[in-house]
Design a protein around this ligand. Structure first.
Ligand SMILES: [Zn+2]
Length: 392
């Protein structure tokens, strides 16, 4: 639908919304229109009152399977090689804290990523200590996103390595990092000092460690998920720690991505001798799951391109597009940012940085269209999109 047509068809998009939901739409006129509605009335109740069918947020597709459930656990994949997965499954969990890896040497452990905060980092460290009796001496950050680097401070004896882009982005983030961890379920149980420790060693191309008997090839594959992506390939065991080049059953987060190059990287990895892939998010899988993630972007790319060519905005396109089985993946609202990112690639405006304004604009438009269609259950609070500006 073209922009002009759409605005004519929107009618009163605020109908059936609570004040809070209207505020999330971000349009002052909508807030005024809904001022008569009592604040704090739930979507379901409003739906019952107004005859609007409440739907999950956004709607799932019953024709396709829902994601499996998986556990938070340290799992041994090979002698001295472990993956630490965050638990997840269902629709609402497991998307925001990264998985990690661990390789045990004779003297020290090497970590692949540090997780997001005190509880996940300490859980990982405790599990590693219990399994090996050793402490971490090295830590690789696969990229700069907070759920991979914010735990760095909890590895005080580890030398921290990354691609230069990751270090640069971490240095930029130091100034805006809060001074304290505040108690937050699943993240911090007590208030404690917070600091972002940037990597102190960088490498531009490949770097190979021989830890005990284990060869660990760190390969820079960016730009893909970010411009600084590093993956860890263990040829002896055909294991790949993919960092956020891999999202399995979790909608991929593309706010700092070059999606078409990310797809190229998926193709390159498909040619490697790999049996097991530990993704940054989601359960452990293999090439099949990586190909599925690539398929998410391809399906979205086809649908978004049709609408881009029809001069539809990214927000309007996002509100229309359905992804079939991928609608059931965890974090379905990422469809909006991923569409924005595809558009930026096509119109030549893509940079390594997150275009928060464009995502915000697209989300507001998406919400207005959903509201106009009385799909109030599919409205995405702007606060949720703002929370996703904290990258994963
Ligand atoms: Zn990430």
């Amino acid at each position: 639908m073209a922009k002009q047509e759409r605005s004519e068809k929107q009618g009163n998009p605020a109908a059936g919304l609570s004040r809070r939901e209207a505020i999330h739409l971000g349009a002052g006129a909508l807030v005024g229109a809904t001022a008569a509605l009592a604040g704090g009335v739930g979507v379901a109740k409003l739906a019952a009152q107004g005859g609007v069918q409440a739907t999950p947020v956004p709607a799932t597709d019953p024709r396709y399977p829902m994601p499996p459930s998986w556990n938070r656990e340290l799992r041994q994949l090979a002698p001295n090689v472990y993956a630490y997965t965050q638990g997840g499954g269902g629709r609402a969990s497991g998307a925001g804290v990264s998985n990690t890896g661990m390789i045990a040497g004779s003297d020290f452990l090497m970590a692949i990523d540090a997780t997001q905060g005190p509880l996940p980092a300490k859980g990982f460290i405790a599990a590693a200590k219990q399994a090996t009796g050793k402490d971490f001496g090295r830590l690789i950050n696969t990229h700069h996103h907070g759920d991979h680097v914010n735990g760095n401070q909890f590895f005080p004896h580890a030398e921290i390595l990354s691609h230069p882009y990751c270090r640069t982005e971490c240095l930029k983030a130091v100034a805006t990092t809060p001074k304290m961890w505040n108690p937050t379920p699943g993240m911090a149980d007590v208030a404690e000092e917070r600091k972002l420790v940037p990597p102190s060693v960088t490498f531009k191309d490949d770097l190979i460690y021989f830890i005990g008997g284990t060869e660990v090839q760190f390969r820079w594959v960016g730009p893909a998920h970010t411009w600084g992506d590093v993956v860890a390939y263990l040829p002896q065991y055909k294991i790949l720690f993919a960092g956020d080049v891999g999202f399995f059953w979790v909608a991929p987060y593309a706010n700092n991505s070059h999606i078409s190059k990310w797809l190229d990287v998926c193709n390159v990895i498909a040619g490697w001798d790999v049996d097991v892939i530990v993704p940054g998010h989601g359960p452990i899988g293999g090439k099949k799951e990586l190909a599925e993630m690539a398929e998410y972007f391809k399906v979205l790319g086809v649908e978004a391109r049709k609408r881009y060519d029809a001069k539809m905005t990214a927000g309007a396109a996002s509100a229309e597009i359905r992804l079939g089985r991928f609608d059931n993946w965890i974090g379905p609202e990422r469809l909006i940012m991923d569409t924005v990112r595809w558009y930026a690639e096509w119109d030549g405006s893509l940079t390594p940085d997150y275009n928060a304004a464009a995502v915000n604009e697209a989300t507001k438009e998406y919400n207005q269209i959903k509201a106009g269609a009385k799909k109030v259950g599919e409205i995405i609070p702007l606060s949720r999109m703002a929370a996703m500006a904290i990258p994963v």
